[in-house]
Each structure stands twice: as structure tokens, then as C-alpha cells.
Design a binder for this molecule. Structure first.
Ligand code: CP3
Length: 341
């Protein structure tokens, strides 16, 4: 039984709409915070496949979402490529050595760092009830490279954009290396049981049009073509956050089966600008959800209505915030489930 999420990603226009939330497994859930306190930290959770599988399932048990997204992180790929990875409380991730002043060739790959993630996928797959879809994911090469180069999150991705102009050959080598690991990593997730995968390109919005073509569209197209050669029936969701009007080219040129839309995109514009019948996912503002504003349901329905003529997976425009009250998520869920098109 494939379920309404997988059917929608394959092009079915189904009502009520399937629903999941980016970052649905995480800190806004008290059951996540409890397990994290017990295990000590984020990476400890990711590398304990029993705990990671449990966290993947927590939001499904609580809310009955149509999709379960693997609990892991996009920075596991640089970790497997040989950078050290730490998550500092209150400061976010740190990768070292950073490639702004260290050669890619000096890294010693540690592919075993991917194996526990496949174990998590396999454990979730066994436990997930039929009709719910198991989603794997990876970061897109551009976004992953911004962390590898700067060693941390950065405003405007300044150092990485500069490197891409100053030394395009060196930067292309980083992108190529990320592509290769990402194809293997997503294939591994699929072979362990992931039924669809998402490519997160959180910082796609910082690039000028020609660089967007080169560092976002081309690498995503290569990953998708390689995955299609190995796993032709597994849908790939592309999420180029901040792409704006460049979304139409992204949709035409990458071969993605579905496109994620952030909250800055006008859904009426997107529905007109994207190829007919192409499934979309997103675009409800996570901060409207966090606020609990009285207009929350009305806006959710406006998103649903704008996409009524094409397959649509209801989701947020970006990850759910850690201070989002559970009661607001429940309100959103009720509104989506009651709307029948
Ligand atoms: O539920 C899910 O969506 C699955 C798990 C998931 C996580 N990160 C767990 C996580 C996914 C899909 C990601 C993607 C991710 N990670 C992205 C792309 C999407 C996005 O949100 O923009 C990026 C840029 C990262 C890198 C990353 N990981 C940062 C910048 C941080 C620190 C900031 C923060 O929110 O704390 C993380 C940590 C992280 N990844 C947490 C979770 C649940 C928080 C860990 C904790 O402190 O408990």
C-alpha cells in the first residue's frame, strides 16, 4: 500500500492532501527533548540508530503525519568525507578543517560514518505502518559546500560565493566530491527502505542567476539522473529555498519529481509558472504556525486552494521552529484534514 504521500509525489491529485512538516522530528516535541537529554546530544542521537528511529517515529505517533523523515542531518555527508563535526549548544554546527584554507585532497574519507544512518532507515521501515511514506534526504551540494568551506553557518554564504568566483576549479572539485558521496548516500538510504528522497538546498537563494545554474541546477540534475539510473521509481523532491523566479528553470532542468516551495513564493504565481501536473510541496510560513495567529487556518486553506489543480503535499516553507506550540500544529492538521478540495 503506497499511501497518499507517495501517490501524490508520483503525480496523483489526491484529497485530502498528504501532510508532513520539515524538521518535524525535533526540539518542539517534549518527547524529543527528553530522549536528547538522556542520550547527551544531537550527534549521539543520530549515531544511536535505535534512538534515531524512535525520534523519526515520534511525530508520526503524535500527529499521524503521512510521511516520516529520517532523523539525521545534511552535515553527515561532510563528516563521511573526513571533516570533523560538532554541534555546539546555542551556536550550531562546526566542521573542521574548513575548506576556505584547507585543501579538499587533505581530507581522509570515512565512509563507515554513513552506515548507522542506513540502519536507522531499516529500523523505521520495519516499524512504520502501511500507508505512511518513509522519506530519506541529503543536502544539495551548494548548501553542503557552504558549510564545508566556511566551517559553520554564515550570513549570505559570503566566503563560499567568493571562493566560487576566485577559484572555480577548486570549488567545482568540492561540488563534484559532494555529488559523488550524495548519490551513494541516497542510494544507500533507498536500498535500506526510503521510498522517496528530498534534496535540501537551504541557501540556494544567495546565488546570482548564472551561479544558480552552475552550482544549484547542474549538480542537482546530476544527482537526480544518477539516482534515476539506479532507482527509477523513487521520487526525488527538490527544495531550492529562496530560488524565487529561478524555480521555473530549476523545475524544467533538474528532473526533480516534485518541487518544495518556501514561504516567500506566491502560490498562485508558482502554480502558473511551474509545468502542469508537476507536484509541489510547501509553502506555509512556519512563523505563522509558531504565532498561532487567528488567520492561520484561513491562510492554510488559501495555500491548498492555490494548488488545487495540481498534486500538492502540504508542508511548511522551511523547518518548524523549536518554540512552536503543539496546539498550533494540531490546529493546522485539523484544517488540512477537513479540506476536501
Ligand atoms: O525532521 C526532519 O526534518 C529530519 C531531520 C533534519 C535535521 N536537519 C535534524 C536537525 C533535517 C532534514 C535537517 C536538515 C538540515 N540540517 C538543513 C537543511 C534544512 C534547513 O533546515 O535549512 C541544514 C542547513 C542543516 C544544518 C544544521 N543542523 C544546522 C544549521 C543545525 C543547527 C541549527 C539548529 O536548528 O539547531 C542543525 C542541527 C539539527 N538538525 C537539529 C535537528 C533536529 C537540532 C539539534 C538539537 O539541538 O537537538
Amino acid at each position: 500500500m503506497p499511501g497518499i504521500l507517495l501517490d501524490t509525489l508520483r503525480g496523483g491529485n489526491l484529497f485530502p492532501r498528504p501532510l508532513w512538516l520539515m524538521r518535524q522530528a525535533g526540539r518542539y516535541l517534549p518527547e524529543y527533548r527528553a530522549l536528547r537529554a538522556e542520550k547527551g546530544g544531537f550527534l549521539e542521537l543520530v549515531y544511536d540508530s535505535e534512538a534515531a528511529a524512535e525520534i523519526t517515529l515520534q511525530p508520526i505517533r503524535r500527529f499521524g503525519f503521512d510521511g516520516a523523515i529520517l532523523f539525521s542531518d545534511i552535515l553527515i555527508v561532510p563528516y563521511a568525507m573526513g571533516q570533523d563535526l560538532e554541534f555546539l549548544a546555542g551556536e550550531g554546527p562546526r566542521l573542521s578543517p574548513r575548506l576556505v584554507d584547507h585543501a579538499l585532497g587533505g581530507l581522509q574519507a570515512v565512509p563507515e560514518r554513513l552506515r548507522p544512518i542506513y540502519e536507522t532507515v531499516a529500523k523505521v521501515k520495519v516499524a512504520l505502518e502501511p500507508g505512511r511514506t518513509l522519506l530519506g534526504f541529503a543536502g544539495s551540494p551548494w548548501t553542503v559546500a557552504t558549510y564545508m568551506v566556511a566551517g559553520e553557518g554564515s550570513r549570505d554564504q559570503h566566503a563560499t560565493r567568493l571562493m566560487a568566483y576566485r577559484d572555480p576549479a577548486a570549488f567545482a572539485a568540492i561540488i563534484d566530491a559532494v555529488i559523488e558521496v550524495t548519490v551513494d548516500y541516497l542510494s544507500g538510504q533507498i536500498e535500506a527502505g526510503a521510498e522517496a528522497v528530498q534534496l535540501f538546498d537551504s541557501w540556494a537563494g544567495s546565488l546570482a542567476p548564472a551561479e544558480f545554474e552552475r552550482w544549484v541546477i547542474a549538480p542537482n540534475a546530476r544527482i537526480i539522473a544518477a539516482l534515476k539510473a539506479r532507482h527509477p521509481d523513487v521520487p526525488v523532491i527538490g527544495f531550492p529555498k529562496g530560488a524565487g523566479e529561478k524555480l521555473a528553470a530549476y523545475a524544467r532542468e533538474t528532473g526533480a519529481d516534485a518541487i518544495g516551495l518556501d514561504e516567500t513564493i506566491d502560490p498562485v504565481w508558482a502554480s502558473a509558472a511551474l509545468p502542469d501536473g508537476l507536484p509541489v510541496q510547501g509553502n506555509f510560513d512556519p512563523l505563522l504556525l509558531e504565532s498561532g495567529n487567528a488567520g492561520l487556518e484561513k491562510r492554510a486553506i488559501a495555500v491548498l486552494e492555490a494548488f488545487a489543480s495540481r498534486p500538492h503535499v502540504f508542508n511548511l516553507g522551511h523547518g518548524i521552529g523549536q518554540y512552536t506550540p503543539i496546539a498550533h500544529v494540531e490546529r493546522l492538521l485539523r484544517a488540512i484534514r477537513e479540506w476536501k478540495g
